[in-house]
Design a protein around this ligand. Structure first.
Ligand SMILES: *Cc1c(COP(=O)(O)O)cnc(C)c1O
Length: 372
């Protein structure tokens, strides 16, 4: 042995693939591949970020008092039961790290968020994939995967990359069907996009049940992906365990200031939600018009839509055609979706352009099929 040997479970990890922002030939493109906010960031958040430039020599508050207090006020929570991290990605890793290890099983759904297998394998746990039900989360299938070795169940609601939503009844059924020693992690990265009248009950479970963690992020609706601020809510015992393994200074002063300002800018959040709902509806209606060409939109409650290509135009050809036109979306063959593209809802102009390009590509593919 003449070099350090990485752990076998680490070598089993397929590295995370981030959304691209340049084309194959290196041109900067319109990026609709990472579910970022097309309206940018709250002006108040940007101003708070700029003010933080005066204290770069200081370590951040390791206990994140101000962030926890702001979140507790906004969401009516106990600040002592809020964990925070370098994006909600870190919080997801903390959940796996504190509650799973070698010999344990971690369940997540087919077509689930690609961080879950990484978080499970990183700690030596065994990932278990529950089958989907036409791309949606299948509660019965998850419960059927539970064994005595199950320690953590991850679900995202709405889910990424499918955009599908599990109802309050389904979440309640999942929780009721899990043993009390299994941690149920409900990833709410896109929860702010759900119709405000709709509540999946996840936060209520995190408030009251001893085995539920809800994670949230400032990266999506709040438009702060660059600043890496995520958080979670669970019982005091779960939070206490996660604190033991988090990075001591995992969130920055500037990011924290921006996040608190973003939280208080309800106007920006409302405008983002309204923009997304309007253009997602429009986008879905246009995809429905391409149904006879084999395109289908999976019903989405998030700020993106998974479009399936089941006709002459393949997802791969559509991905290339969009890229040639300067638009990058997410093609996910590595996640079992060679026939789908996950497309972020962009600005009005971007959303219209994607539909125009898809219409042209469909016509080209139809002509090629007829002449071929
Ligand atoms: C984007 C995303 C996250 C987290 O992002 P952070 O930037 O790390 O907060 C978590 N879960 C899902 C399902 C996501 O799509």
């Amino acid at each position: 042995m003449n070099a350090p040997v990485a752990k076998p479970w680490v070598l089993d990890i397929a590295p995370y693939i981030p959304g691209r922002s340049t084309t194959d030939d290196g041109r900067k493109a319109v990026k609709l591949s990472s579910n970022e906010n097309p309206l940018g960031t709250s002006p108040a958040a940007r101003a708070a970020f700029e003010r933080a430039a005066t204290s770069l020599e200081r370590y951040p508050d390791a206990a994140a008092h101000e962030l926890r207090d702001a979140l507790a006020t906004h969401h009516d929570l106990d600040p002592a039961r809020i964990i925070y991290g370098n994006g909600s990605d870190e919080v997801l890793h903390l959940a796996a790290g504190a509650f799973a290890g070698p010999g344990d099983e971690v369940i997540y759904v087919n077509y689930g968020f690609s961080v879950y297998p990484i978080a499970a394998r990183r700690v030596g746990a065994t990932p278990v994939v529950a089958p989907d039900n036409d791309y949606a989360t299948d509660i019965g299938a998850i419960l059927a995967c539970v064994t005595e070795r199950t320690r953590v169940v991850f679900i995202a609601n709405p889910n990424n990359p499918t955009g599908t939503f599990a109802t309050r009844e389904e979440i309640a059924r999942l929780h009721a069907g899990l043993r009390a020693d299994i941690l149920l992690v409900i990833d709410h990265a896109y929860a702010e996009y759900i119709d405000e009248a709709v509540d999946d009950g996840a936060m209520e479970l995190a408030r009251n049940a001893p085995n539920v963690l809800v994670t949230r992020t400032f990266s999506k609706l709040y438009g702060l992906a660059a600043e890496r601020i995520g958080w979670g809510y669970a019982s005091a015992a779960i939070i206490e365990a996660m604190h033991r393994i988090r990075l001591p200074f995992g969130i920055t002063i500037a990011g924290t200031a921006a996040a608190i300002a973003a939280l208080n800018d309800r106007d920006f959040a409302d405008r983002t939600r309204a923009h997304n709902a309007k253009w997602r509806d429009w986008f879905n209606a246009e995809i429905a018009r391409l149904g006879n060409a084999g395109l289908r939109a999976v019903p989405s409650q998030a700020n993106f839509v998974l479009v399936l290509f089941e006709g002459d135009l393949t997802a791969q050809a559509a991905y290339q055609g969009l890229m040639d036109a300067g638009y990058i979306v997410r093609w996910l063959p590595g996640q079992g979706l060679p026939h789908g593209l996950r497309i972020t809802i962009g600005t009005e102009a971007e959303t219209r352009a994607v539909i125009d390009i898809l219409n042209n590509l469909v016509a080209d593919a139809r002509n090629a099929a007829m002449s071929g």
